[in-house]
Design a protein around this ligand. Sequence first.
Ligand code: RB5
Length: 145
Amino acid sequence: MPKTIAIACDHAGFPLKEALKKACGDRYRWLDLGTNSTDSVSYADFGEHLAKAIGAGRADYGILICGTGIGISIAANRYAHIRAAVCTSSTMARLARAHNNANVLALGARIIGAEVALDCIDTFMTTDFEGGRHQARVDKLNTGL
Ligand code: RB5
């Protein structure tokens, strides 16, 4: 059974969102939370939509896309159950999963191309959290909130 990925973007990320869904074919099931055009929107809203969808159990993992991946990841990371990592290489995607147990991959459509983005997605989705010494560090991320 393919894993369900929630995906959301702003206007800058919309063309890459569509290209990535098409290129991935049926490797994953998508919960597409928009936006659905290049009309100007706020990344803050779409980061929030995705964080809430994952919190509600509608998807296990998420992908966020804006111009840089930064604004939309900041928006999602306001939620304690989200660990969103901006990645520009498959190495970063692998370590975001293995060391940080990231559950959301953030991509910058103005920073990387579709091929690198696809490598990031496939690596992110096939790498397990290593646990061990990394578990206590991840556990600390939500202390003091
Ligand atoms: C939109 O122009 C742009 O600011 C946004 O996509 C993102 O890069 C913000 O972090």
